[in-house]
Write a protein that binds this ligand. Structure first.
Ligand SMILES: [Zn+2]
Ligand SMILES: [Zn+2]
Length: 350
């Protein structure tokens, strides 16, 4: 039962004297409301039946965390411990896994009863909630998560690389959803970590060309330095069979269909803030396909775990690793646009 945690002021589950747990507070990165995010004391978690405790090793931060910490996320409540991209080590033996086993925490909490869940598509559950958005996240010393949401990782997998499994699963699903074929031309709008991971997956999936565009010069330079083929979207009309929009930025939506060739697809990967303009006449005249993609299925996660072991060198996208105490600084550095992937280091870090 995760519902009770949703209303906690800290977003983390509480301990209590009655259950005999150690009430010692622990450190966590807490969004305190407005634009205030900083390390703070929170109560140690008291897991419910069926939940396990994980010592976080690395926690990736992304645009969703930025939205939360700017007070723009519609579901996050002040007092939330952030962090939905979590890998760590089990505190106690759980199921087949021994204490200390490395695990990825699948943060999706689905209701199990809505139509999407009943049809086996729990990742688009109508009541989907996430660890680190709707309930306390992993930017802390100890995280409680449902035991059946823990994915065992091979001991040989570097946990810093494993911290990219969550965004890699997002990217992998976007390319799977696109139904891109070998020999197709792919164009990715937005060269943040998701854009770069989508481009990497598109290349693996057989795209004959993979181009990217990025309006922030520093990011464009960083992507070019990593070997990605950057283009200016001016004059790029009809440049791709599949266009991946990884921006969610209202300046992109009026133009994004124009970059798709006749019969092509446009995949919405980035989360738009609300209603934006697209020219549906283009969709009709040129038989374009508009495809949505949201988070990932357990199979996408399994494939991402495999890819993170060498199919894609994900660790090269990490540009900063900071301690939990610097959580506020980490958010500020992402906001400044000077970083690709920023990780926070938890107590189980190597
Ligand atoms: Zn994320
Ligand atoms: Zn559901």
């Amino acid at each position: 039962m995760v519902g009770s945690q949703d209303t906690e002021t800290t977003g983390a589950s509480t301990s209590s004297a009655c259950c005999g747990r150690d009430p010692t507070p622990m450190r966590a990165v807490v969004w305190q409301g407005g634009t205030v995010v900083a390390a703070a004391d929170v109560p140690a978690p008291a897991p419910e039946p069926g939940w396990a405790l994980v010592k976080p090793a690395y926690v990736g931060l992304c645009g969703t965390d930025l939205h939360i910490c700017r007070g723009e996320h519609p579901r996050a409540k002040p007092g939330l411990v952030i962090g939905h991209e979590v890998v760590g080590r089990l505190l106690h033996a759980t199921g087949d896994l021994q204490a200390g086993s490395p695990v990825f925490v699948n943060p999706l909490l689905s209701c199990g009863t809505c139509r999407a869940c009943r049809r086996g598509r729990s990742h688009i559950c109508e009541n989907l909630r996430l660890i680190g958005i709707d309930v306390g996240g992993g930017a802390t010393e100890l995280l409680a998560a449902p035991a059946d949401h823990l994915v065992a990782l091979p001991a040989s997998l570097d946990l810093r690389a494993a911290a990219l499994i969550e965004p890699l699963a997002v990217a992998l699903r976007a390319v799977r959803r696109s139904e891109m074929h070998v020999g197709d031309r792919a164009h990715v709008v937005g060269a943040g970590p998701i854009g770069l991971l989508v481009a990497s997956c598109a290349r693996l999936a057989g795209a004959v060309t993979v181009t990217l565009s990025e309006p922030v010069p520093r990011r464009a330079e960083a992507a070019a330095a990593l070997g990605f083929d950057m283009v200016d979207t001016e004059g790029q009309d009809r440049c791709a069979d599949v266009v991946f929009d990884c921006t969610g930025h209202p300046s992109v939506s009026p133009k994004v269909l124009g970059w798709a060739a006749a019969g092509g697809s446009v995949v919405t990967v980035g989360a738009y803030p609300g209603v934006v303009g697209v020219n549906l006449q283009e969709v009709m005249f040129r038989e374009l396909k508009m495809i949505g993609t949201r988070v990932y299925t357990p199979d996408d996660v399994a494939a991402a775990v495999t890819l993170a072991q060498g199919g894609i060198d994900v660790s090269r996208f990490v540009t900063a690793v900071l301690p939990l105490e610097d959580g506020g600084l980490a958010i500020a550095r992402i906001q400044a646009g000077s970083e690709l992937k920023v990780l926070l280091e938890g107590p189980a870090a190597a």
